[in-house]
Ligand binder design. Structure first.
Ligand code: DGJ
Length: 700
């Protein structure tokens, strides 16, 4: 066979692929490789070690035992016990600029794998794979994992764990010999889903060092793996976690593995987030309209749907400058609390005797858009739907899964169940001026059988199909992905939705960390960030409005608070904050997000720098009481070093609570060069804990 190889290159990274002895080998994924490199294959050949193979082995990305590989293979499956071990050979290899498509076949196992690699200009690698059964008998797929090699400088991994109201908390650990697996078995991506698995060096920080990030584009069960063999080779992988028998390919059928999105950065974790953000922003489906300031009424009303209360809330929303109002849970048939009604997507005349049209018209007459809540994948046993079709739930045998928030999961794998949800939700949308839906998913899938077989994959595909169909039928409709807060935020569902509800926790102090790490992958304009009530409903904490407002500014901003209870002063501050958000959202939603490596563990310093570096908006947040008298200085990387900037503190919703006699002078305005701001910086004022303010940096 002639030599087949390809190098895919972006300004920040390269991928070098080669066919060696018929195997598909990834020689390099990392820093850009330049020049002619004919001898890389020779340079990469290992010694012949004691007690080892007589010839170097090149298992390639299929990682097969037949090619001397002793770790976890990419593909695992069988044909009624046979075809359990494969030896794929590359049979087609097409390379064009930054796209490479390869077909591998194993004529003995009668399988074909088609793999594509695409590297975009931002350094984001998209890896897809399809497995086809080219034999006559059924082939059972146990798993297919996308793997990428990791160099040995990658000594640690960073991933994210969490729970309700505390999503995406970072955990960092050393890579050691063995296979480390992070599974998500909730049937939705989950609060505990790792939105990315990132390998890094021990020194990698936000601003510097190497990082190799992977993110699996899937909302069902999944797993991330990091494996270090005793031969010293290490790799990072991810794929769908298939339940037993979930995918059985009949002759000529295919299994399309969820896509892997991967990024290498030599510029730390912010290099990773910048690449993800740019990649996501370049999608055709990325929202183009300015992100409307949103009032979600859940925490203002809960189930107390009362037209007059809503009108009063809307009247204040108008004064404040709200552009979209969302009616949350409780509007549909018999839904007076969370024990009944899910599944019956018809307006409840008991609460809405005239239907929803009058309230929508009232809201629209104020120049405000209207959005509505659904949770179409769920059903309460106390619902007309369940009474009529108890067999439409995901279940196994004659068992009923344990209840969770008094609800069960509707099996969208049943075409009739799917059509019920589609037609009922679609009818509500057709009958009203609804531009936006908040689509919730408040429980996990367990024992999730579809007609005697595992049904999570089918369910995941069904919700993607349903979202796509709703958007097709209702052009311009925006969908928010919510799942008890942020339990369905992933790069699979992202192509069907326009916003994520980041967390149910509206406590601004907690939100600081949740937003910080969710934006590791997701750009801020897709993250719902709302000003919560004065006394947080989740934590009970009382926070300054200025702190809540600064926190909510860095995302798709909104309000989750009964603002009829806000004082005149608070309403005034909400209005100035809303105006500030509108004035600056173009920048906040297109610029480069920066998380400064702030040396003081008691604070965060982060911001967004406009693409042309003409304006930046930073936030300084005092999380906990400062240790020393003066917190560490504030330094601003990423500006134009030679340019001169005017810098000042701004207070979109009033001043923070200071703990000082007088604040630093610069806060009223100062002029400095980009390089001085990066190297010398500014002194930080002494704030009371849980306080924040904004720093505006404008090029002169
Ligand atoms: C969970 C969501 O995260 C909340 O915002 C709210 O929509 C409730 N569900 C409603 O039941």
């Amino acid at each position: 066979m002639t030599k087949q190889s390809a190098i895919l290159s972006a300004p920040t990274s390269s991928l070098l692929i080669e066919v060696v002895n018929g195997a598909l080998v990834i020689r390099h994924w990392g820093a850009p490789v330049l020049g002619e490199n004919h001898d890389i294959a020779t340079a990469s050949r290992t010694s012949i070690a004691n007690s080892s193979w007589d010839e170097p082995q090149f298992p390639g990305l299929m990682r097969e035992s037949a090619r001397g590989f002793l770790g976890r293979p990419a593909l695992s499956g069988h044909r009624n016990g046979s075809a359990w071990s494969t030896k794929f050979e590359v049979t087609d290899f097409h390379h064009q600029v930054n796209h490479c498509a390869i077909t591998l076949r194993d004529f003995h196992a009668q399988l074909e794998v088609s793999i594509t690699f695409d590297l975009d200009t931002f350094g984001v690698l998209t890896q897809k794979a399809t497995l086809k059964n080219i034999g006559d008998s059924d082939y059972v797929v146990n798993e297919f994992i996308h793997w990428l090699p990791l160099p040995q400088e990658a000594t640690q991994t960073l991933d994210f764990a969490g729970r309700w109201s505390n999503e995406r908390q970072p955990q960092r650990r050393d890579i050691q010999t063995g296979t480390w697996v992070r599974e998500s078995r909730e049937g939705r991506s989950g609060h505990n889903f790792s939105i990315a698995d990132i390998a890094l060096t021990a020194q990698t920080s936000f601003q510097s060092g190497s990082a190799w990030a992977t993110s699996i584009a899937w909302s069902g069960n999944s797993h991330y793996l990091v494996e270090r063999g005793f031969d010293g080779q290490q790799s990072i992988g991810a794929g769908e976690l298939l339940l037993p028998g979930e995918v059985v390919l009949a002759s000529q059928e295919t299994y399309e593995a969820p896509t892997l999105i991967a990024v290498y950065s030599s510029q730390g974790l912010d290099g990773i987030s910048s690449a993800f953000h740019s990649h996501l922003r370049a999608r055709d489906s990325h929202p183009k309209r300015p992100r409307p300031l949103t009032l979600n009424m859940w925490e203002a009303l809960y189930f107390d749907h009362d037209e007059n209360k809503i009108k009063a809330l809307v009247d204040v929303a108008v004064q404040v400058g709200v552009e979209r109002v969302v009616l949350d849970d409780g509007w549909f048939h018999s839904r007076r609390n969370d024990r009944a009604g899910l599944g019956d997507w018809v307006i409840d005349p008991a609460v809405w005797p005239q239907g929803l049209t009058p309230i929508i018209e009232y809201i629209n007459s104020k120049g405000i858009e209207f959005g509505l809540w659904f949770e179409g994948e769920m059903v309460n046993p106390d619902s007309d739907l369940y009474r009529a079709h108890p067999e439409w739930i995901l279940h196994e045998g004659d068992r009923i899964p344990p209840l969770w928030r008094h609800q069960l999961v509707l099996d969208l794998g049943h075409e009739s169940a799917y059509n019920h949800v589609l037609e009922q939700t679609s009818a509500v949308l057709s009958a009203h001026n609804i531009v936006y839906i908040k689509w919730d998913h408040n429980r996990t899938l367990v024992d999730a059988g579809h007609l005697g077989h595992a049904g999570v994959r089918r369910q995941t595909q069904a919700i993607y199909r349903l979202f796509a169909e709703l958007k097709k039928r209702h052009p311009g409709l925006e969908i928010e992905s919510c799942a008890s807060g942020g339990a369905r935020i992933d790069l699979g569902v992202i192509d069907y939705v326009d916003r994520f509800w980041t967390s149910d926790n509206n406590d601004a102090l907690e939100r600081q960390t949740i937003q910080r790490w969710t934006s590791q992958v997701i750009p801020p304009e897709l993250l719902g960030t709302h000003i919560g009530p004065t006394h947080g409903h989740q934590t009970g904490r009382t926070l300054e409005l200025s702190m809540r407002a600064v926190t909510a500014l860095f995302g798709h901003a909104g309000i989750e608070w009964n603002i009829t209870e806000a004082t005149p002063d608070e309403r005034k501050h909400l209005a100035t904050w809303a105006a500030y958000y509108k004035e600056n959202r173009a920048l906040l939603h297109s610029g480069k997000s920066i998380r400064v490596d702030y040396p003081d563990e008691h604070g965060y310093l982060y911001g967004v720098i406009a693409k042309d570096t003409k304006k930046s908006i930073f936030a300084y947040v005092q999380l906990t009481p400062t240790g020393a008298i003066h917190p560490a200085g504030l330094k601003f990387p990423g500006l134009d070093a030679s340019a001169t900037y005017s810098v000042k503190a701004v207070y979109p919703a009033g001043k923070p609570r200071f703990m000082l006699i007088s604040p630093p002078e610069w806060m009223q305005g100062i002029t400095m060069s980009g390089s001085a701001l990066a190297t010398i910086g500014l002194t930080a004022p002494i704030l009371a804990p849980a306080n924040a303010f904004v720093i505006e940096i404008i090029k002169l």
